[in-house]
Structures are given as structure tokens and as C-alpha cells.
Design a protein around this ligand. Structure first.
Ligand code: AMP
Ligand code: GLY
Length: 416
């Protein structure tokens, strides 16, 4: 089978690795991919989506897997164009991908289908947004894609006013509304499901660490680490999440006429009143994919292929017991900026852990160097959380570059 994955980061490196480890040998392609991904998949170099579709048709690609979200909503939408071309695509059509692309769309969807979530108001102007600021903390969300930076949990009026100025007046993320939300408390949980029309399959849950610094200090990032294990949520909690959140979401999609085939990510907060949805993402999480993918057993490639064609074959996919821990190394300046060109040393010394490349490139001497905010993911597994954590930290110590930032409490904080 010929499979093309869209994207270029650590999540795509992990997805492509899992596809490459499926029992049968498949021809793998990545658009645009990365220098590291190139060792597993042929990179496709075309200017844009229409050319990609034409390329996939000319090259008889059997399956397109959506890694990152951007292509799903760009132009006429990756999955929409694949459908027109008769190409199986694992990733939803543009209309359904609004669940991720628009916070307001997602909130209206949640409310309409009675799925637990924080109360909210959608504001179209800075004045309207300022008028809602009556209690703190409060959560402000830009209503559009903002590379994980469009959300501010504001502890004070000053913080909230400054975010409103940036987003609604300076328009740092471009045009768009602002969703003002009640602040929820509790541990977070990322639940993933494969959704195939009216069927779903809940996968291994994970937890990510969004703040740059230890003890959840400092600004939000794309994710500084992740933990994956079935033990993150007991069967009673998972049954409640399925009943109150996953099922009504899938039924809601059908009721609203939104065709969905792909991974669906439920960003949840386990509040004292039960699990509530913070966000939907129409793809796997990053860095959660890096933690979950090494736990995949079975035939991932054929599972995704069958699901993209409308048949969810749950028995093709299993997950290992135990724990998986992913540590992200970020470049100097991240998340405000990111420094490129710092040479990475120690990559070949890593044993007993996987290294996925999130933002690297190869220089003219063939060395990998930093090329983006999040640079590398080092991921290890163990029978216990402590074992996985010890292994991941021991292996990650071997890899360094100038200005590297790495949290020291992944897999520890939120557990003790
Ligand atoms: P989002 O991009 O919507 O996932 O938001 C990013 C992060 O902001 C989440 O992972 C939470 O840590 C935090 N957050 C979002 N919404 C809320 C909320 N209603 N209450 C508390 N924290 C939130
Ligand atoms: N881990 C958060 C995300 O993928 O958006």
C-alpha cells in the first residue's frame, strides 16, 4: 500500500514510524515531511493542496493520513479534495474540522448537544470582551487557529485587558472573535478516538504538559512533554467520558450532518463536577502522539486504511500495558521565539528510547540542528510510571544543544 502523511513535526514522525512498523511493508510518503522523516518516507515537494491531490492521483496513493490540522481547513480542505478525487483520507472534511478551527463553533456544538463544557460568551469587539470581565481567573480564547497560543488563562483584570488589546485591537492572530470562558479546575486528560461516521473506537488516553517551565510555570507552549497509559483513567471514568462526551459528540456530528472520519481529540478537564470538554482537535495530539504511538500494537496501517474507507476494525489495533513518557527539548527563546541552527549532539547515543524529530534539519555537514521551537521528543516506556520516567530522563540527558530547554517534572507533576 502507498500511504502519504501530511505534516512535518514530531507527531508525524511518530505516526510514520508506527505505520512503518506495521506487519506488512508499505511505501510511505510525507508532505512536506522533514529531513528526519526522510529516512522512513519519501518527501513530496509540491507547492500547495491542489498539486498534492494531483500528485497523489498520479502516483496511485492508496491512503492519505492527516497529521497536522492546517490542511484540513485550508482552501477547500484536504479531506474534501481527497473525497472528490476518490482517495481514502483519514482526517475530517473542512466543515467538521471547524470543531478545532473555530472555538465558537465548538462551543455552540457542545452546548447544542448538551455535552459538559465551561459556560461562555462569544465577543465580537474589544469593548464587549472587556464588559464580560467580572470574575477572575477567566479564560480568553481567540476564535481561530493560533498554533496553540490563542488561549490565555488570566488571573487578573490587567492580564485579561492586555490579551484583549493584543487579540482584538492589535490583531496579533488576525481577524476573529474572542470566546470568554468560565475557568475550570482539575487535572487535564487528552482522550483520543477514531471516529468513522457513526462508529468510534476510544484509544489510549494521555496527558500533556503545556507550560514551558517546571511546576507549570511560564507561558503556554505547543506541549513540553506527555504521558500515556491506560492507567491514566480507570474504567469507571472512561465509561463516564464515553457516555457523557464521546457518544454525544459522535451522535451530534451525525445530527448536524458533519461527516467525520479521522482521529478526534477530546481535551478534557476532570473537574469536581465531572469531566468537561475544553477543546476538540481534529487530529492526534502533539506531543501525545509521540507518547502513544510507541504503545501501538497490531496493524496500524491496515486499521487506518479500513477506517478511512468506512470500516472501523477495532481488532486490528491494540495498545501495550504500562506507561510511556515523552520529553520535549525546546530551542532557546521558545515559546516567544525559537533559535535555529544549534547543532544537536548525542542522537546516536540514545538506546532504549525513541527519538522523534519535531523541529530539526540537517546542515551541509549532515548534522542535525535545531529548526523550530520544539526540537526533539525522547520517549521511553516502562511497566510503571517511574520506570518509564527514569528511562526517558536518562536517555534524554545524552542529547544536547545550545540553549536547550527541557522540563524536569514530566510524568511526576499532576501525579503526586
Ligand atoms: P485550548 O487551546 O483550548 O486547549 O487551551 C489551552 C489550555 O488552556 C488548556 O489545555 C487548559 O490548560 C487551559 N484552558 C482552556 N480552557 C480552560 C478553561 N475553561 N478553564 C481552565 N483552563 C482552561
Ligand atoms: N497537545 C496539544 C495539542 O496537540 O494541541
Amino acid at each position: 500500500m502507498k500511504i502519504l502523511v501530511t505534516g512535518k513535526g514530531g507527531r508525524e514522525h511518530a505516526l510514520i514510524t508506527a505505520l512503518s512498523e506495521s506487519p506488512e511493508k508499505h511505501e510511505l510518503y510525507a508532505y512536506p515531511g522533514s529531513d528526519a522523516i526522510a529516512s522512513l518516507a519519501t518527501r513530496v515537494d509540491v507547492p500547495d493542496l491542489p498539486e498534492l491531490i494531483a500528485w497523489m492521483q498520479q502516483n496511485a496513493i492508496d491512503l492519505c493520513v492527516a497529521g497536522e490540522e492546517a490542511w484540513l481547513v485550508k482552501g477547500r480542505g484536504l479531506a474534501n479534495l481527497c473525497a472528490e478525487a476518490g482517495l481514502p483520507c483519514w482526517g475530517p472534511v473542512k466543515e467538521a474540522a471547524q470543531l478545532e478551527a473555530s472555538k465558537a463553533f465548538a462551543k455552540h456544538f457542545l452546548q447544542r448537544h448538551h455535552i459538559p463544557t465551561a459556560s461562555y460568551t462569544v465577543c465580537t469587539t474589544a469593548e464587549e470582551a472587556r464588559a464580560t470581565l467580572t470574575e477572575f481567573p477567566i479564560v480568553l480564547k481567540f476564535d481561530g487557529l493560533a498554533a496553540g497560543k490563542g488561549v490565555a488563562v488570566c488571573l487578573s483584570r490587567e492580564e485579561a485587558e492586555s490579551f484583549i488589546t493584543d487579540v482584538m485591537e492589535k490583531r496579533v492572530f488576525g481577524a476573529g472573535n474572542l470566546v470568554v470562558e468560565q475557568c475550570l479546575t482539575g487535572p487535564e486528560l487528552s482522550v483520543f478516538a477514531s471516529v468513522c461516521d457513526d462508529q468510534y473506537h476510544i484509544l489510549m488516553p494521555a496527558r500533556d504538559y503545556k507550560r514551558i517551565g517546571d511546576n507549570d510555570q511560564g507561558p503556554n507552549t505547543g506541549g513540553m512533554g506527555a504521558v500515556a497509559s491506560r492507567q491514566l483513567a480507570d474504567s469507571e471514568l472512561m465509561a463516564r467520558i464515553e457516555r457523557e462526551i464521546v457518544q454525544p459528540t459522535v451522535t451530534g456530528l451525525i445530527k448536524d450532518g458533519l461527516k467525520y472520519r479521522g482521529f478526534l481529540y477530546f481535551g478534557l478537564m476532570l473537574t469536581p463536577d465531572g469531566p468537561k470538554v475544553i477543546e476538540y482537535n481534529c487530529r492526534f495530539g502533539d506531543p501525545e502522539a509521540e507518547a502513544v504511538m510507541p504503545m501501538v500494537r497490531g496493524d496500524f496501517a491496515n486499521y487506518v486504511f479500513a477506517a478511512a474507507k468506512g470500516e472501523l476494525q477495532r481488532d486490528l489495533l491494540q495498545f501495550a500495558e504500562g506507561w510511556s513518557i515523552c520529553l520535549i527539548s525546546a530551542s532557546a527563546g521558545y515559546p516567544a521565539s525559537s533559535r535555529s541552527g544549534d547543532v544537536i549532539s548525542g542522537l546516536t547515543a540514545v538506546e532504549g528510547a525513541r527519538v522523534y524529530h519535531c523541529g530539526t534539519r540537517q546542515n551541509s555537514a549532515g548534522q542535525f540542528e535545531t529548526h523550530g521551537g520544539r526540537v526533539l521528543a525522547v520517549v521511553a516506556q516502562g511497566a510503571t510510571r517511574q520506570e518509564a520516567r527514569d528511562k526517558a530522563y536518562a536517555e534524554s540527558q545524552k542529547v544536547t544543544f545550545d540553549g536547550m530547554q527541557r522540563r524536569s517534572d514530566i510524568g511526576q507533576m499532576h501525579f503526586e
